[in-house]
Design a protein around this ligand. Structure first.
Ligand code: ADP
Ligand code: MG
Length: 383
């Protein structure tokens, strides 16, 4: 969650002052006594739902994370971990229902009445999501292991200093722009490669590490076919846009353009194709900006107003439950005469719904507005 994080760096008082429940203490004690860890050394964050601690590996540690120190032979002697300890208090987890309802992975085994079981489920969910992201090459901390509600993962930082959240990273304008693009690529890669929607993405849950954005806090992330997945995605995108507009002073793309960028299957899952698509979007934003520079105050106001309205409409629009429904909805509109057949076919192709494409007959080239007001992206049947 975006929960309040009290401490910027590590706080030594927090470990001793924070009261841990007996179970948690036992788990941490075991990790120390078996030599998995040598030391739990300070608190990285105290949040509403979890605390995160800094720890050093012991003689018996496993988990392939970057070493903090090496000996003369190049052997790893110490590794750094971040340990996320979920809070077992029942109140905090109440509002999480919306993420679990409709999530087929958790149809069984989710027990609302037992808070200890519940946090275990959340911790397991976070581990799985991190694993999937890590395996599919989305930048995130590498998960190491889970014991009940205690998740051990790679520490993102250097020599004990945690990497900042992008909110606190004080990026220069050039880096700001890079971070913005990377956030959008993370959302796209999560969606396209891992079939996940973050669900709580913002400047709080993205760390600036080695000059790159890393995504964290994925316990509430949902499968892309979750009934509210596309609503969550729209919110994630608008969170990022808000931050980079307000604090990054960037001319951001519209939520709609980015939504299409993240979900589009027309854009290939290659670095080249994705950066080309983003460049195109950026160009559109710039074109619009240049156009307005020479315009009268009145026209400028009008354009801003139009953009605000379009944004508000998109944010409040019904988003179908799944991408296949996009086409169903478009088909219905076509039947009502609100949509051109070509447009519906294009949407079907865009979202990879072969069934609808076949139904309408796929002859000829079709064109669709993929974001932006002026630009038409035309694609032919094959290629
Ligand atoms: P919460 O649910 O409390 O928001 P997060 O997973 O977002 O939990 O973690 C809270 C904070 O702890 C983050 O904002 C970040 O500062 C720090 N943190 C979490 N994971 C790591 C990590 N792997 N490496 C370094 N810092 C981390
Ligand atoms: Mg968080």
């Amino acid at each position: 969650s975006t929960g309040s994080t009290k401490y910027q760096g590590r706080d030594d008082r927090a470990t001793s002052e924070q009261v841990l429940d007996p179970r948690t203490r036992l788990i941490l004690f075991k990790l120390l006594s078996t030599g998995f860890l040598s030391k739990i050394d300070g608190c990285l964050s105290t949040g509403k739902e979890a605390n995160v601690y800094y720890a050093l590996s012991g003689s018996n540690s496993t988990g392939d994370v970057a070493p903090l120190t090496e000996n003369e032979d190049g052997e790893v002697t110490i590794k750094e971990y971040a340990i996320k300890v979920y809070k077992t208090s029942i109140l905090v987890f109440k509002d999480r229902d919306k993420y679990v309802t409709g999530e087929h992975r958790w149809r069984n085994g989710y027990c609302k009445s037992n808070p200890r079981k519940m946090v275990k489920v959340w911790a397991e969910k976070e581990l799985r999501n991190y694993k999937r992201l890590w395996e599919r090459g989305v930048k995130c901390p590498r998960p190491v292991m889970l014991k009940n509600h205690v998740l051990v993962m790679e520490f993102l930082g250097s020599s004990g200093w945690p990497s900042p959240r992008i909110k606190d990273a004080k990026l220069n304008p050039k880096r700001m722009r890079e971070a913005y693009v990377q956030c959008m690529l993370i959302l796209r890669h999560m969606f396209q490669r891992a079939n996940l929607v973050h669900g709580d993405f913002s400047e709080y849950n993205a760390l600036w590490h080695n000059n790159q954005v890393y995504v964290i806090d994925v316990s509430q992330s949902v499968e892309s076919d979750h009934p509210s997945a596309l609503d969550f995605l729209r919110k994630d995108i608008s969170n990022v846009n808000d931050f980079f507009r307000k604090y990054g002073k960037l001319d951001v793309m519209s939520t709609r353009q980015l939504f299409e960028f993240v979900t589009s299957t027309i854009i290939e899952n290659t670095e080249e194709s994705e950066s080309e698509a983003l460049d195109r979007l950026m160009e559109e934003v710039e074109d619009e900006f240049v156009k307005l520079e020479g315009a009268s105050d009145q026209d400028r106001l009008k354009a801003t107003h139009e953009a605000d309205v379009a944004e508000a409409v998109f944010m409040s629009q019904f988003i179908p439950r799944s991408l296949s429904q996009v086409n169903e909805a478009e088909l219905q509109r076509m039947e009502k005469g609100e949509r051109e057949e070509d447009y519906v076919r294009a949407v079907a192709m865009l979202t990879g719904n072969q069934e609808v494409v076949d139904k309408l007959g796929g002859e000829g080239g079709v064109s669709i507005r993929v974001g932006g007001k002026n630009k038409e992206v035309t694609f032919e049947e094959d290629g």
